[in-house]
Write a protein that binds this ligand. Structure first.
Ligand code: NAI
Length: 322
């Protein structure tokens, strides 16, 4: 049988059926993979399947379903299971999506380590736990890797691939190829670092945003506009480095022109904020006025965000084929 992306089989297991596990299941099914979705809570699995069905039907109706198979065919690829051994049996790739808790994840990888063979890839969705914390000491450490998605992975394709120092290069390559195959956008980190790359960039932005509002320079809602109607407009298409390249006659010219100015501004940045106290209250109040912190309003806004992201994904596809 054909083995997609150098995989032994076209079957994957998703361990944990919460927010991220559901989305991964949809992404793999869109890529034509058979998915076994595992959880310790039967009720989580049932609600995951219902939710996936609903989402796929809606996506199909609006023309945004990923992949070449119909929603029914994709749904038929996903099955649920509360036995870990059955879930991973025959899988070429296992994506772990359990709560962000080091002890729990270590326990799960310890269990997996005892039941898997030498070819399967053990991959974690963790947002902040380092591979050296998660995988050290496992018999199958060469097959272990972090594949950190961005929420919601179905609409935001980036995946940060972060190896353990002992991860085999072939594990990195196979994971990278698999992510490409299912339509995600993988990037490789050469070694682990706190926050990986996405959160380091995100925290740099959040921390300056917090300081600017805290110092009374700008209101919380205007701060957000600087990103959504300013910087973010181009960041959806080109990164900060290409931005530099295009905003002058190339990088060297940019550095020549702006080096001193950038250093001057950067030297005025304050210390790491506490993310508490008056500034927290001020930002919380402003955000809650815009979007009350109740499920109805939060969910409506999340749905709107996902619609925007879907539209943006479509536009990006159009623009890249031009
Ligand atoms: P969640 O709380 O929505 O889902 C966790 C699921 O794991 C639940 O269904 C729970 O029943 C299940 N579970 C608990 N113990 C288990 C066990 N022993 N075996 C199997 N399943 C078990 O969490 P969420 O948001 O889906 O996060 C999962 C992982 O993805 C975390 O590591 C998180 O850091 C990471 N992540 C989350 C993002 C987010 O924005 N929510 C973004 C990127 C990564």
């Amino acid at each position: 049988a054909a083995s997609p992306a150098g995989m032994e089989s076209s079957q994957v297991a998703v361990v944990g059926s919460g927010l991220i596990g559901r989305s991964w299941a949809m992404v793999f099914a869109a890529g034509g993979f058979k998915v076994k979705l595992y959880d310790i809570a039967q009720q989580q699995l049932t609600s995951a399947l219902e939710n996936i069905r609903k989402q796929m039907k809606e996506l199909e109706a609006s023309g945004f379903l990923k992949g070449s198979l119909s929603a029914e065919k994709q749904l038929a690829l996903i099955s649920i299971c509360t036995d870990l051994k059955t879930a991973v049996d025959g899988a070429a790739f296992i994506q772990e999506c359990t709560p962000e808790n080091l002890e729990l994840k270590k326990k799960i990888f310890g269990q997996l380590d005892l039941i898997v063979g030498d070819n399967v890839i053990l991959s974690s969705s963790t947002s902040c736990l380092l591979p050296s914390k998660l995988f050290t000491g496992l018999k199958h450490v060469k097959q272990c890797i972090v594949s950190h998605p961005v929420n919601p992975p179905y609409f935001v394709p980036l995946v940060e691939i972060v190896p353990h120092p002992e991860t085999d290069p072939s594990t990195i390559e196979r994971t990278y190829a698999l992510m490409k195959k299912i339509g995600q956008s993988p990037v490789k980190l050469n070694r682990e670092i706190e926050g990986f790359v996405l959160n380091r960039l995100q925290y740099a932005v959040i921390s300056e945003a917090w300081r600017l509002v805290g110092e009374g320079i700008i209101s919380p809602t205007d701060l957000d506009l600087v990103m959504s109607d300013g910087l973010g407009m181009r960041y959806a298409f080109i990164g900060p480095l290409e931005t530099m390249h295009l905003n002058a006659e190339g990088i060297s010219n940019y550095c020549e022109r702006y080096r001193e100015g950038m250093k001057l501004v950067l030297n005025t940045f304050g210390p790491v904020p506490e993310f508490s106290g008056e500034t927290e209250q001020k930002i919380s109040q402003a955000m809650s006025e815009k979007i009350p912190v109740v499920p109805k309003h939060l969910n409506a806004r999340r749905e709107w965000r996902d619609e925007c992201l879907t539209g943006l994904a479509k536009l990006k596809k159009q623009m890249s084929s031009n």
